[in-house]
Design a protein. Structure first.
Length: 314
């Protein structure tokens, strides 16, 4: 009805307006009368010689144009999902998720895949469900079941875990660190950070088996420089993965005997359609096949719920 109104308002002629809209003049007149009844206002003054807008018609016209413009923009945005960017949270740059994104950009060069570097799947999952983020990576088994039920998931990698140590730590000289050698150590794993609850929960399960102490909360550090500064003050080892980018004054050492695995999954809102998501899923599958990301080492450790979810989602 608004489209009919704008056409008549611009043509000031029912016959020309009907021809412009490719509808019968009778149908056009019916739409205008229906709109007038709904608004409780007369929009046109009609005579045998001319059509003119009333004061109410003049008042309605800019609103009607804005509504039609917004409708047109909406139609364009959703006619082609690739027309909008896909927002992808990597948590931290330089690790497996970043490699998946890089490969996806190669597979779908026409898509705009925008990286975000936030922290924690607990936070990212809420952002995904709120529509402010599209895709993230992390440990989905640590999410609330109600949240997890609304997400699509694809396993990416059984990621071997490591420990980030001050370079003068007694264990820093070793090429690898056995879990038993961390017994009695206080290791940081994001305790107190509401964004990374799934990671801290995973660490508690791991630490309980090898007598490792969970480091108390520290101020939430945003960005690599702030994280480095806070960790340098406390000098506690940090639970990480083998691809964690080294920082000045630290070394990354793989954990062994057994090898604890970080279950990395690609996560998105169920029902999301976007060629960029298709490219991310394809990129994860290809990299996994090329580099054996989904082959679980024989001497490894993974909690039962995580192992089950990796298999169910595969």
């Amino acid at each position: 009805m608004l489209r009919a109104f704008v056409a008549v308002a611009e043509e000031l002629h029912f016959t020309r307006a009907a021809a412009r809209l490719y509808i019968a003049q009778q149908a056009l007149s019916r739409d205008i009368r229906r709109l007038e009844r709904e608004l409780g206002a007369e929009l046109f003054v009609r005579t045998t010689r001319q059509v003119a807008l009333t004061a109410d018609g003049e008042r309605l016209l800019p609103y009607a144009r804005r509504v039609l413009d917004a409708h047109a923009e909406l139609a364009v945005a959703f006619a082609d999902p690739a027309a909008r960017p896909l927002f992808v949270d990597l948590n931290t740059d330089g690790m497996a998720a970043a490699r998946v994104l890089a490969r996806a950009r190669e597979l779908a060069p026409a898509c705009e895949l925008m990286a975000r570097f936030e922290s924690g799947l607990t936070w990212a999952a809420d952002e995904i469900l709120a529509g402010r983020l599209d895709v993230s990576f992390g440990r989905a088994a640590g999410l609330d079941p109600g949240v997890r039920a609304r997400l699509g998931m694809q396993p990416v990698r059984y990621e071997p875990m490591a420990v980030l140590l001050p370079d003068d730590h007694p264990l820093a000289a070793r090429e690898t660190v056995a879990l038993g050698d961390l017994a009695g150590e206080t290791v940081y794993a994001g305790d107190g950070n509401p964004r990374t609850k799934e990671w801290t929960d995973f660490a508690r399960l791991l630490f309980a088996e090898w007598g490792i102490e969970l480091a108390p909360p520290v101020p939430l550090a945003i960005g690599v420089a702030e994280f480095q500064r806070v960790m340098a003050k406390d000098r506690n080892p940090v639970l990480a993965v083998v691809d964690f980018p080294p920082m000045p004054g630290t070394v990354v050492r793989p954990l062994v005997r057994p090898v604890p695995l970080s279950p990395l999954l690609l996560v998105w809102r169920k029902g999301l359609r976007h060629p960029g998501l298709d490219a991310l899923r394809e990129a994860a599958a290809r990299l996994g096949a090329e580099e054996g990301w989904m082959v679980r080492p024989g001497d490894s450790w993974l909690p039962g719920p995580d192992a089950a979810l990796m298999l169910e989602s595969g």
